[in-house]
Design a protein around this ligand. Structure first.
Ligand SMILES: [Zn+2]
Length: 334
């Protein structure tokens, strides 16, 4: 840990054997609670020899497959099956979960855009600092589960950082094979240094994330993909013997996404998509129209795809501002 300890504390001992349930105490002094804290539920389980795996969900408060999968893992955890240590935080930004919002209602900050955080910052910045300086240094592996939230809907997809070296490629591909998702996206945007993915890379911790649904609801297929994949990962790492059935063993479709794969609104209005999740599209293909709501008699503005690929993501809200993401593709890797 760095020389100045985090202001977030816990009564749990990360080094103790056994299963401990408790909370991280996030200090939050405000008008109705002068000396109060926000409790962030935490489970630490340690037994036998093996790696430490950090599991997080609820980094965004309107994404639910990750929290539900991790809550179930906590409840069904049997210590005798464990070889190593699990640090499980199903709702890392719990104020955002209470608000059903992407950003925290306390400070309006997006936890996954504020790494490495700030010990003396706002509550969300303090959580990022704690993850960066306390949690990730404890971890041998870190897996953080997302969905599209209120504004996006996703085909359930595992996400990985694009590997930079043959070693990283080999390690990543082994984890992907253990998860056995229907598809994996190697996403350049995960290299953004404000994201938890980049924080994990700073600490040399192998990291996977993923989008398992969206629209602030629970995608049943996505939840099943996530639960089977998580069981496969923990089994392959030797941390937790698999207790759930293996998923259908299909080929993993390997995809990449960079700038040209994203579709943005050029102007405000009502977006009428001409595609669905899972469509295969071509460069120049019509993606939809934006209807003007100030002068609705004007011709709608067409938007077109800038690349070939599989539609992985679509915007949920029809009302758009200029610059809103309308969806994105994944392109098959060679
Ligand atoms: Zn998210």
């Amino acid at each position: 840990m760095a020389e100045t300890p985090s202001l977030i504390t816990t009564d749990l001992a990360f080094d103790a054997d056994g299963v401990q349930h408790g909370v991280l105490r996030l200090p939050h002094s405000h008008d109705r609670s002068a000396y109060g804290f926000v409790p962030i539920p935490l489970t630490v389980a340690r037994h036998g020899e093996g790696p430490t795996v950090l599991l997080t969900g609820g980094v965004h408060g309107d994404e639910y497959e990750g929290p539900i999968a991790l809550i179930r893992l906590i409840r069904e955890l049997r210590l005798d099956d464990l070889h190593g240590r699990l640090i499980i935080i199903p709702m890392l930004n719990v104020p955002a979960v209470h608000g059903a919002t992407r950003t925290s209602p306390i400070d309006r900050i997006n936890l996954n855009r504020t790494f490495p955080g700030d010990r003396n910052g706002t509550p969300t910045e303090m959580i990022a600092d704690y993850a960066e300086r306390v949690l990730l240094p404890l971890a041998d592996y870190a897996f953080d589960f997302h969905a599209g939230g209120s504004s996006l809907d996703y085909l359930p997809t595992l996400f990985a950082l694009p590997p930079r070296t043959p070693d990283e490629r080999q390690r990543t591909e082994a984890l992907v094979a253990a998860f056995a998702p229907p598809r994996v996206l190697y996403m350049e945007a995960l290299e953004n240094d404000r994201l938890m993915s980049a924080a994990a890379r700073r600490h040399g911790v192998p990291f996977l994330t993923g989008e398992f649904g969206g629209g602030a609801t629970v995608n049943r297929e996505g939840l099943a993909v996530l639960e089977r994949g998580l069981a496969g990962l923990l089994d392959a790492l030797g941390v937790l013997r698999r207790t759930t059935p293996r998923g259908p063993a299909g080929p993993v479709r390997r995809l990449a996404a960079a700038g040209r794969h994203y579709l943005y609104a050029p102007r405000p209005g009502l977006f009428e998509p001409r595609f669905s999740l899972g469509d295969e599209v071509k460069t120049g293909q019509l993606a939809g129209f934006i209807h003007d709501i100030i002068q609705p008699w004007l011709e709608p503005v067409p938007v077109t795809w800038g690349a070939d690929g599989l539609v992985l993501c679509v915007r949920t809200f029809a009302l758009v501002e200029a610059g809103d993401c309308l969806g994105h593709l994944g392109a098959d890797m060679a």
